[in-house]
Design a protein around this ligand. Structure first.
Ligand code: BGC
Length: 760
């Protein structure tokens, strides 16, 4: 092709691409110069300037989604160009320069990109992130996900999930960050702050006590709520970064979370000082006036209650206009404060490489080495002649958790998904595998060796391969998804029997777990090593291989307890719905007025779990490890536990009371490899407080070369020393003697010292 023609073709192609890209751009540009355009004005003043010009219909437009059609029949769901998810969109008001809200789930990466043939990074599960205990990595991850959000033209993330793992069989355990409120809240806060700094409205969810997916109604006392389930919110909300709080599906002490005045107005907007808006979970709004008056600001994804019914309620005076203005004010001031009005996102190509690196880092730091007998790991590549890789679709990819947090797999799903179960039709279902192939990752490390794969479906065939190989690596999976809790903590589909049989056949058997939470391990005494890889994300196999072969020294620590058996759980029998009635009819039959509004039909998928029943969390404050400590039960693996290829010694504890309690001690790497230790500090409160035996109050990550020793100081936030006094309705430090502990896990605390706190 002559040069001029080539240049012309290139120019036309570029122009075409650019015009296509701009056609995809959501309507985010201000129409003309508005009075509020003055960026020196505060977000509150700017929001009020817009509100002054708004009609009642425009106000109503901002406080609800586009209707249930946006999920079930997107083409019918009103005007507007949706950046990604048709069901997470609020059209703006071009005449006033109010941008569309282009929203997406983003707990583990941007979701819904597959529907537009676009790429988004699938991060490892929330527990993997929590297992890093790494606040700066939480921030880095938040920033990476936010950058990808903006690249997709999105301006609001539904944010981080901070529900505590009270019930490890919860189908969404993998989305969350474990069982300790201080760890969960601190990690979420860093992640959200960094995401917001990229110019995004960020959310946090599910407010509150939404600790299992089968259940929808929870009973819990005030103090336990404040010191456990609400504390992560309180910690994260100390930073003004959070723009939206998603209220949850369940009832709390008898009142729906999204119309719970105490939770929304008294606590969240009152005591926690939250200035953003409350958005309902998808289908969690149950009324117009009660919800509006209680403090809900936005109904999603429908308009059953906050569409025309809200307009009429305002006209009738049932909902004061001032309250509607407050809803709109909160939404607009959040948009101004986050920067999405002045600096709207411009779509561009996602930085795939950055995403790969970020996801791999989380997995490398978040995978937890549970067992390593006789230093079986790390593997020494030069001595390996043959490996049997068995099970877990390790020839195809790594598992992802299911439901609304699921990031689209890049390319097609390498393992065809089975049909959705009767109880979980929320889709896209739990069986998505990301194309990061463990078999390839392992084979690449031992080019001279024979690496063979067996699916593990026929135990005798797997055993034969294990016998014929120098070592066996079994990948064991536990599927978990939003919409359905796990029936038990056992590995399904005969995987326990497979592991037992392979371990009996080959003394060098290593188990890699890809699970959504803790599982029981009847075979743990028989295998030589076990690595909890969680759901490892788009670079899972690379990270796992790096750990198995020692390029990465594992440093992850469990953010939740692995119980020895279900009998040891606070509720050995899962609180479940009495009868799993079939879709669409059950809830309407049991509570018709709440679910069938006028002629709006019941929504399949959103009614599956709605037959109300109680889950009484009578373990109260004793969440997670606090339960096992209080009940003197020996867990399989305790909270905070995780092995390394090196060892650490603790010494020289000094405790200095003051504004913040300063806890100083020495950590020494006593092995022959560099490593990173998460040194943990726990506190025993005076017996008069009635607190469980110990609570985590801080930690520090310390990197140490072989033989190196460092002094570590952990400064403890006064809130973490406090208990919630229900009578005074306030946090307080109870005067008395406290015991401070330091060490490598909740059950390995070699250092301790007493200190008097509180009082004068
Ligand atoms: C989930 C939320 C999610 C929403 C939107 C709901 O089913 O509970 O976590 O943000 O869907 O996808």
């Amino acid at each position: 092709m002559p040069k001029l023609k080539r240049v012309l073709v290139r120019a036309v192609t570029l122009l075409y691409t650019a015009s296509w890209a701009f056609a995809q751009l959501p309507e985010t540009r201000p129409a003309g110069r508005q009075a509020w355009a003055d960026v020196s004005l505060s977000p509150d003043v700017r929001a009020d300037m817009v509100i002054e010009q708004m009609t009642l219909d425009e106000k109503i437009q901002l406080v609800h989604g586009m209707g249930w059609e946006s999920i079930f029949d997107p083409p019918q769901a009103g005007p507007g160009v949706r950046a990604l998810q048709p069901w997470a969109f609020i059209p703006g008001i071009p005449r006033l320069g109010v941008p569309d809200l282009q929203i997406s789930d983003a707990v583990l990466g941007v979701t819904g990109s597959g529907g537009k043939s676009r790429y988004a990074t699938a991060f490892p599960s929330g527990e993997a992130m929590a297992s890093t205990w790494d606040l700066s990595l939480a921030a880095e991850t938040g920033a990476t996900i936010a950058t990808e959000m903006r690249a997709h033209g999105l301006n609001m993330s539904l944010g981080s999930g901070v529900n505590l793992t009270r019930e490890p069989r919860c189908g969404r355990t993998f989305e969350y960050k474990g069982e300790d409120p201080i760890l969960v809240g601190s990690m979420a806060r860093e992640e959200l702050k960094a995401a917001r700094a990229q110019g995004l409205i960020v959310g946090i969810k599910h407010y509150a006590v939404n600790n299992q997916d089968d259940g929808r109604m929870f009973v819990l006392d005030e103090r336990s709520m404040r010191e456990s389930d609400l504390l992560p919110f309180e910690i994260a909300l100390r930073d003004p970064a959070v723009g939206a709080v998603m209220c949850s599906y369940n009832k709390i002490n008898g009142v729906y979370a999204c119309e719970n005045q105490h939770m929304l107005t008294d606590l969240l907007k009152g005591e926690f000082g939250f200035k953003g808006f409350v958005i309902s979970d998808w289908g969690a709004t149950h009324s117009t006036t009660p919800a509006a008056v209680a403090g809900l600001d936005m109904e999603m994804p429908g308009d059953d209650f906050f569409g025309m019914p809200l307009k009429y309620a305002v006209e009738r005076g049932d909902v004061p206009l001032t309250r509607l203005n407050d809803m709109v004010h909160r939404i607009l001031r959040t948009a101004f404060a986050s920067g999405v009005v002045d600096n709207p996102p411009q779509p561009y190509v996602v930085d795939v490489v950055r995403g790969f690196e970020a996801a791999q880092k989380v997995e490398e730091k978040g995978a937890v080495l549970l067992k390593n007998a006789d230093r079986q790991l790390p593997l020494e590549a030069s001595t390996i002649r043959s490996i049997a890789v068995i099970g877990g679709h390790a020839d195809a990819g790594v598992l992802s958790g299911g439901g609304s947090s699921q990031v689209s797999p890049a390319g097609d799903n390498p393992v065809p998904p089975p049909p959705p179960t009767e109880n979980n039709i929320l889709g896209p279902g739990p069986t998505v595998y990301h194309r990061s192939v463990p078999l390839k990752g392992i084979a690449a490390r031992v080019p001279g060796a024979t690496v063979r794969f067996d699916a593990g479906t026929d135990i005798s065939r797997a055993v034969a391969l294990a016998k014929a190989s120098q070592l066996a690596i079994i990948f064991a999976l536990q599927l978990a998804s939003e919409g359905e809790d796990l029936p038990n903590l056992s590995l399904s589909a005969n995987q326990d029997a497979l592991i037992e049989a392979v371990a009996a056949a080959n003394p060098h058997t290593i188990v890699v777990l890809e699970t959504g939470g803790p599982v029981t391990m009847p075979w743990i005494g028989k295998v030589s090593a076990a690595l909890e890889a969680w759901y490892p994300g788009i670079r899972g196999s690379e990270a796992i291989a790096n750990i198995l072969f020692g390029d990465v020294n594992p440093s992850g620590k469990l953010p939740l307890t692995f119980p020895a058996s279900e009998a040891d759980l606070p509720h050995p029998r899962l609180n479940r719905q009495p009868a799993r009635a079939s879709v669409a009819s059950s809830a309407a039959a049991s509570e018709p007025s709440r679910y069938v509004v006028g002629d709006v039909p019941a929504r399949p998928g959103f009614l599956v779990n709605t037959t109300p029943f109680d889950a009484v969390y009578d373990e109260g404050l004793r969440v997670g490890y606090k339960w096992y400590d209080a009940e003197k039960k020996q867990p399989l693996f305790p909270f905070g536990f995780g092995l390394s290829y090196t060892t650490y010694a603790y010494s020289g504890l000094k405790v200095q009371p003051g504004k913040e309690l300063a806890v100083t001690f020495e950590v020494k790497n006593t092995g022959d490899r560099a490593g990173e230790e998460t040194a943990q500090v726990y506190l025993t409160l005076p017996a008069s407080t009635g607190e469980p035996p110990r609570r985590l109050v801080g930690w520090s990550k310390v990197t140490l070369g072989p033989g190196e020793q460092k002094s570590v100081t952990v400064r403890v936030d006064p809130l973490f020393l406090s208990v919630f006094n229900v009578e005074r309705h306030a946090w307080e430090i109870v005067p008395g003697e406290y015991q401070v502990w330091a060490g490598s896990s909740s059950r390995e605390l070699p250092l301790s010292a007493a200190v008097r706190l509180g009082g004068r």
